[in-house]
Design a protein around this ligand. Structure first.
Ligand code: ATP
Length: 354
C-alpha cells in the first residue's frame, strides 16, 4: 500500500519569488521523513505540490515511478493534516472521519456497515474509542488533531502529508503526540512526510530529516547524520545551538588569535573560517593555558544544566557554556575554555570536526 515518492529537481515560483529552486528527495515506501526549515523555506509549498494543490514550474514528482501529473487528485490518495485542520464543526467525530469515504461516488463507496467498521477501527487506532458522537467543540486540541489524522487515514492514503500537525498545541501535548505518532506510524507504515520548524520534533520522530533553506535542501540524512555531521554552516546552526568562533586554518589546525584551538582531520585547507561549537563541547580550563579566555558575565538555568555566558575578546557574541555540576565558576570570574569538538565551515571548505 505504501509508495515510494520521488521528488526530482522540482521548482516553484510565486510571481517572481522562487519558493523552491530545484529540490530533489527520494522517500522510500513506509518511510517517515521530516521536512525541517525556518519559516518561508518552502516546506508547505513542497507538500502542496506533492498533494497536487499546486503545479510545479519544473521537475517531476512520482509515486512508485508514476508521474503524479497523470493522476487525478483522488487517484493520488493523499492524507493531509494541517496545523489547524478545521474539522467540520457541525459533524460528529464519526461523521468527520467518514467524510472522505461518504463523498465517494456510489460505485466506489463502501456500504454503511463497512464505513462504521472503519470508523471504529480508526477510533481505536487513534485512541478515541467512545468519543464518536462528540462534536469538535467538545474535544481538546490534541484530540481534535487525532480525529484529523483518523480522517486522513480513513481513505487509506498512499502518502500521508502532515503540515505542522501539532503546531498549535502546548509543549507537553506536543511531546505526547510525537510519541503517539511514532507508534502509529510503526503500526500503519504509511509513507509520511512531516513538516516542522521544530528541530527536536524532527530529530525525535523521523527516519530521515531533510533540511530546507531558502527553497533548497541543504542536507538529507538520519537524525544522527545531520546532527553529528552537518554538511553546512546553516544546518549546524539550525540543529541545536552553536557558538561561532572566527578561526584561521593552518597546518591542519584551527587557530584563534594564533593559538591552536582544535586540530582538524582530513583537511589541507588554509585561511579564515568559522568554528561552530555546541555549548556542551566547551570545557572549562585554566585561563593561562587555554587559547580561549574570558569573563563570566551571566549564569542561568538552561533546562537540565546550568549555562554560563563568557565574553571573549575577538568573538562577537558571548560564548554559551554548559556547566558540569562539579564546576561552578563565579560571576565575573576569568576562565579558560577548551574545545572538545566542533565543526569548521568556510567557503568551499568541507566540514571537519574532532
Ligand atoms: P512556514 O514555516 O512559515 O509555514 P514554509 O517553509 O512552509 O514556511 P512556504 O509556505 O512553502 O514556507 O513558503 C515559501 C515562500 O513562498 C514564502 O516566502 C512565501 O511567502 C511564498 N509563498 C507561498 N505561497 C505563496 C502564494 N500563494 N503566493 C505568493 N507567495 C507565496
Amino acid at each position: 500500500m505504501s509508495v515510494a515518492v520521488q521528488i526530482d529537481r522540482v521548482s516553484k515560483g510565486f510571481s517572481t519569488y522562487p519558493a523552491l529552486k530545484g529540490v530533489s528527495l527520494s522517500i522510500e515506501p513506509g518511510e517517515l521523513v521530516a521536512l525541517l526549515g525556518p519559516s518561508g523555506s518552502g516546506k508547505t509549498t513542497l507538500l502542496r505540490l506533492i498533494a497536487g494543490l499546486e503545479q510545479a514550474d519544473g521537475g517531476a514528482i512520482t509515486f512508485n515511478g508514476i508521474d503524479t501529473r497523470r493522476l487525478s487528485l483522488r487517484e493520488r490518495r493523499i492524507g493531509f493534516v494541517f496545523q489547524n485542520y478545521a474539522l467540520f464543526k457541525h459533524m460528529t467525530v464519526a461523521e468527520n472521519i467518514a467524510f472522505g469515504l461518504s463523498v465517494r461516488p456510489r460505485s466506489q463507496r463502501p456500504d454503511r456497515q463497512a464505513i462504521q467498521k472503519r470508523i471504529d477501527d480508526l477510533l481505536d487506532l487513534v485512541q478515541l474509542g467512545g468519543l464518536q458522537q462528540r462534536f469538535p467543540a467538545q474535544l481538546s486540541g490534541g484530540q481534535r488533531q487525532r480525529v484529523a489524522l483518523a480522517r486522513a487515514l480513513a481513505i487509506e492514503p498512499q502518502v500521508l502529508l502532515l503540515d505542522e500537525p501539532f503546531g498549535a498545541l502546548d509543549a507537553q501535548v506536543r511531546k505526547d503526540l510525537r510519541q503517539w505518532l511514532r507508534d502509529l506510524h510503526r503500526r500503519t507504515g504509511h509513507t509520511t512526510l512531516f513538516v516542522t520548524h521544530d528541530q527536536e520534533e524532527a530529530l525525535e520522530l523521523a527516519d530521515r530529516v531533510a533540511i530546507l533553506n531558502q527553497g533548497l535542501i541543504e542536507q538529507v540524512g538520519t537524525p544522527d547524520q545531520v546532527y553529528d555531521h552537518p554538511a553546512t554552516a546553516f544546518v549546524c546552526g539550525f540543529l541545536g545551538e552553536a557558538n561561532r568562533i572566527p578561526v584561521e586554518i593552518k597546518n591542519g589546525q584551527a587557530l584563534f588569535r594564533n593559538r591552536p584551538l582544535l586540530s582538524l582531520k582530513g583537511t589541507n585547507a588554509t585561511g579564515g573560517a568559522e568554528l561552530f561549537v555546541r555549548p556542551q563541547h566547551l570545557k572549562i580550563d585554566s585561563p593561562e593555558l587555554a587559547a580561549l579566555a574570558g569573563d563570566v558575565t551571566l549564569i542561568r538555568r538552561h533546562g537540565a544544566v546550568r549555562r554560563a555566558e563568557v565574553e571573549v575578546q575577538g568573538v562577537d557574541r558571548p560564548l554559551e557554556v554548559d556547566l558540569a555540576s562539579a564546576v561552578a565558576p563565579d560571576l565575573g570570574e576569568r576562565i579558560g575554555l577548551r574545545v572538545g569538538q566542533g565543526h569548521v565551515f568556510a567557503g568551499g571548505l568541507t566540514p571537519s570536526f574532532n
